[in-house]
Write a protein that binds this ligand. Structure first.
Ligand code: HEC
Length: 277
């Protein structure tokens, strides 16, 4: 798994997938519009929550907003717009935000060869890759951000940030500098269906078939728990043997009732378990 991720990074930098000036690759089409709308909704909601908390309880209260609300807002906006989105920081206060992948590759690209002008003016990067639209915009450090990410923090505030993030590297940003990248992924194959509408499909089944399918799903979840526990204990042999079981598709009478879409979803998952094993 790891090797594959590294290979992807190498391929991205070798082909310079994101190296061309963004201005030559304008984001057009329904997916790009959806990505831009989602990014705007996320930024707007986050800024509102942050500004509101700062005005009400000061920066100390706003720290909690950044920690608790930002992921929730990202989740809500993702669901509402039918996309995946998030932020990846030039330096990340929360280790969970230290994302790898195309987002990191693009951010490094922008740091090494910044487009002209202030980051807020950079055109978004838009790439189509294997049925997925990858969209990203640079976020600039503004006056508001300096309170918690700037070169000089109020000592009380700094202490409370240090208490939560002992090795915090996310200060020292100057106004106008690149703070992070706001990224959005849209599955283009999913079509133009309204993202908030019901996209699930009812599958008619006999009661016995449904019970058998549920039993398999439960066994599957139990194996996943076992794999996680084995990995946590450093027992790679137990993990591998569970992964092998998870990789093997089980026969079941319910299978004939399942639509092709089910297998398009399940097959890569079983293959990934096999590769992990
Ligand atoms: C009140 C303090 C505060 C202000 C103001 C603030 N931030 Fe943050 N920021 C934080 C905290 C705390 C985190 C860590 C959140 C977490 O635990 O996920 C964070 C995380 C981030 C991250 C995610 C990467 C990381 O470091 O973990 C980005 C990107 C970010 N902030 C950008 C901004 C920008 C841009 C602004 C200005 C528009 C801003 N922040 C204003 C406190 C603040």
């Amino acid at each position: 798994m790891k090797r594959r991720a590294l290979f992807l990074l190498a391929a991205l930098s070798a082909t310079g997938a994101f190296a061309s000036p963004p201005a030559t690759a304008p984001g057009t089409g329904e997916a790009a519009t959806r990505a831009a709308d989602a990014a705007k909704a996320f930024s707007g909601a986050l800024r509102q929550a942050l500004g509101g908390a700062m005005a009400e309880g000061g920066p100390a209260a706003a720290v909690a907003v950044c920690h608790d609300e930002a992921p929730r807002i990202a989740e809500r906006v993702s669901a509402e717009h039918g996309v995946r989105l998030g932020r990846v920081g030039v330096r990340s206060r929360n280790p969970a935000n230290r994302l790898e992948g195309w987002q990191k590759a693009l951010l490094q690209e922008w740091q090494a060869r910044p487009p002209a002008g202030p980051p807020s003016q950079w055109a978004p990067a838009v790439r189509h890759e294997g049925g997925t639209l990858r969209w990203a915009r640079a976020i600039e450090t503004e006056g508001l951000c300096l309170v918690c990410h700037g070169p000089r923090l109020d000592p009380g505030l700094e202490a409370s940030i240090r208490a939560r993030y002992p090795d915090d590297p996310a200060t020292g940003f100057e106004a106008g500098s690149l703070r992070d990248l706001l990224w959005v992924e849209v599955d283009e194959a999913a079509g133009a269906a309204a993202p908030t509408s019901e996209t699930r499909q009812a599958i008619p089944m006999r009661e016995a078939e449904a019970a058998e399918l549920r039993a398999q799903m439960r066994a599957h979840l139990e194996r996943l728990e076992g794999i996680t526990a084995a990995l946590a204990n450093g027992d790679t042999e137990a993990a591998a043997s569970l992964l092998e079981t998870a990789a093997a598709g089980r026969p079941g009478r319910f299978r004939t009732a399942l639509p092709e879409g089910w297998f398009r979803f399940a097959r890569p998952m079983h293959e990934a378990f096999g590769a992990a094993a």
